[in-house]
Design a protein around this ligand. Structure first.
Ligand SMILES: O=P(O)(O)OC[C@H]1O[C@](O)(CO)[C@@H](O)[C@@H]1O
Length: 581
């Protein structure tokens, strides 16, 4: 069947496409109009990580022939000082660091910043531009522009060695190391700063596409973000190959058939996805994290906001192993471990919802009844050191799985999805704290072994999660909660100590839902099309397609979902996640 999955979902903010200017020429034309209103103007151009400085500077030089340009890097501490300052958060580990509490001011050298300010004050030029992260902190300014970029685009640029970490010159490093420093340091620092200056920004520039910048006013962006909280919406998904990746997503999502595979699909990881705001036929891409940073109470609901702050606590993603391989055998840290070792306030509790599965599909989950901890760890270490096989079946329980099974994976449970299945992963947001125990003796896509973390893993494995307990508590622990005309509601997870609850609805007719004051994340797991509607006409009908994940902001309140289009009258299924009260 032809794919109907929408890879570029956008939300209409206004019919006026003139609100979104495209290309440097029209952007600088607009800025010129603002600048010419004053006899002398100081403009701060703040940048997020990843922005191509050469592209921006070339455009500025061409279009503002006589301006003075000051880089905030001139006010930054030396590279050596910054490396020393960030080291406790970056550490020597290849994957894991420690969440920083640093702020952009910590990167500035106050003497150098004073010096730069004096230079600007004494400059007679009528147009002075201060460029780079922290620009608005150097001097009082007349105009504030923010050039933004989504984290997925930053990661693409890191893989091409085009992006440095904040305040240092290290773009030639391996992409995984650049990512680690960004995850634990740069993105935290830049997001704190962006939140602080957001309301003062006159314009935002979307620089995700090289040489195709777009600009909207700060008011238009604020209006767009507020609009999102009034209705269901989707973030822009992205997909990435991996060593165990499969072939299912290519067909269902309609991805490049010539790609080796797709392993991951991220369609609700607001930290890394972006949002497309439509102004007439123009779209403006903004990092989804901006919505979370600016509009958390309406998006998440007050109680969830109180618990998590401006963080989106629920993650939906795809793990495709159809005709691929097994994920690494792995375990995730408990709350205490993740807090103490990595500075995270909550942990990676997970679940696998099977969107599809071949007859031979399976999951490794929990330990065998006769597991001997010392022996298993010794076998893992020996396999790691010698390259000999690790006999996973001897220690870990293997369960057959089928379409629509829901497997719960509280942190500490040894697990991995096997080949030939399509998982919709529904979990808490932390997502890089995977302790690999065994990677089946294979190399990664870069032909190097992927890092193994037995020394972390052995400290968090829950050894009493053995076959009997696992089967009772974690495998299809499904209970019918309510029934109505043409619908059934079931509770399917997550495990009782985890903060996410999931509800599955099977329906041939309209189902009534309510956010009950907390954000809902939903995926259409059965049926080709459904429509989300407001009983009071608060938002226009929102059509969703098979396998699409969508977000219902807490502020939406009541809504309904029913089969739509070619699915009308047919059985559909949704799985909904929310934060338990
Ligand atoms: O280590 P692997 O084999 O790449 O698997 C990683 C994946 O495993 C998971 O932790 C799922 O269990 C995902 O969150 C993560 O992306």
């Amino acid at each position: 069947m032809k794919s109907n999955y929408d890879k570029n979902p956008s939300i209409l903010v206004s019919d006026n496409e003139k609100e979104c200017l495209t290309g440097w020429e029209s952007i600088i034309g607009e800025l010129n109009r603002q600048i010419n209103k004053n006899s002398s103007t100081i403009v701060a151009i703040e940048t997020y990580q990843g922005v191509n400085d050469d592209e921006v500077e070339t455009a500025l030089k061409e279009m503002f022939p006589s301006h003075s340009l000051y880089h905030t890097s001139e006010a930054f501490k030396s590279k050596q000082e910054i490396e020393k300052m960030v080291y406790p958060f970056v550490t020597d580990d290849r994957i894991f660091g420690f969440m920083t509490d640093l702020e952009i001011r910590d990167f500035l050298d106050s003497d150098k910043a004073d010096q730069l300010k004096k230079q600007i004050d004494h400059d007679d030029n009528t147009l002075k531009l201060i460029y780079g992260p922290g620009a608005s902190l150097i001097s009082d300014t007349d105009l504030l522009i923010y050039i933004d970029m989504a984290r997925w685009e930053i990661q693409q640029r890191m893989r091409r060695n085009e992006v440095n970490n904040l305040g240092v010159e290290n773009k030639d490093l391996e992409a995984a190391l650049l990512y680690k420093q960004s995850f634990f340091v740069d993105w935290r620092v830049l997001d704190r700063h962006k939140t602080a200056i957001f309301d003062d920004c006159d314009y935002f520039i979307d620089s995700n596409q090289t040489n195709r910048p777009k600009m909207i006013t700060g008011d238009s962006l604020k209006k767009g973000l507020k609009q999102l909280n009034k209705q269901p919406f989707r973030v822009v998904p992205f997909f990435d190959p991996g060593v165990w990746g499969g072939q299912w997503l290519k067909e269902v999502v309609d991805l490049d058939r010539s790609a080796v595979n797709y392993a991951w699909g991220f369609d609700c990881v607001p930290e890394e996805n972006s949002i497309l705001l439509a102004f007439g036929s123009e779209t403006f891409e903004t990092p989804a994290i901006n919505l979370v940073l600016k509009e958390a109470p309406d998006l998440l609901g007050n109680e969830v906001y109180k618990k998590f702050g401006a963080e989106f606590p629920i993650r939906f993603d795809f793990l495709d192993t159809m005709e691929g391989g097994n994920l690494s055998l792995q375990v995730h840290p408990n709350k205490k471990y993740i807090r103490e070792k990595f500075g995270m306030s909550y942990t990676q509790d997970e679940s696998y919802y099977f969107l599809d599965a071949k007859d031979d599909a399976f999951v490794y989950l929990g330990l065998n009844e006769d597991v001997a901890p010392e022996k298993m760890i010794a076998d893992l270490k020996e396999a790691q050191e010698t390259g000999n096989n690790f006999d996973a079946d001897r220690h870990v329980t293997k369960w057959s799985v089928k379409k629509h099974d829901h497997i719960l994976i509280p942190a500490g449970t040894v697990h991995c999805s096997g080949k030939d299945s399509m998982v919709l992963e529904i979990s808490a947001t932390p997502y890089i704290f995977t302790f690999k125990l065994w990677d089946w003796g294979r190399l990664g896509l870069d032909n190097k072994p992927r890092p193994i973390n037995i020394e972390h893993g052995e400290q968090v494995i829950e050894w009493d999660r053995t076959t009997g307990w696992t089967g009772k508590n974690l495998v299809n622990n499904i209970e019918i909660l309510a029934k109505g005309n043409g619908w059934v509601e079931e509770r399917t997870g997550l495990y009782e100590t985890n903060f996410i609850e999931t509800r599955r609805h099977w329906f041939t007719d309209k189902v009534e839902h309510s956010t009950n004051g907390g954000v809902n994340v939903i995926n259409l797991v059965e049926g080709r099309e459904a429509i989300v509607e407001s009983p009071t006409g608060k938002f226009p009908g929102f059509v969703v397609h098979y396998a699409e994940t969508f977000i219902i902001p807490a502020a939406v309140g009541d809504y309904t979902i029913r089969p739509y289009g070619s699915s009308e009258g047919q059985k559909c299924g949704t799985i909904k996640a929310f934060v338990r009260k």
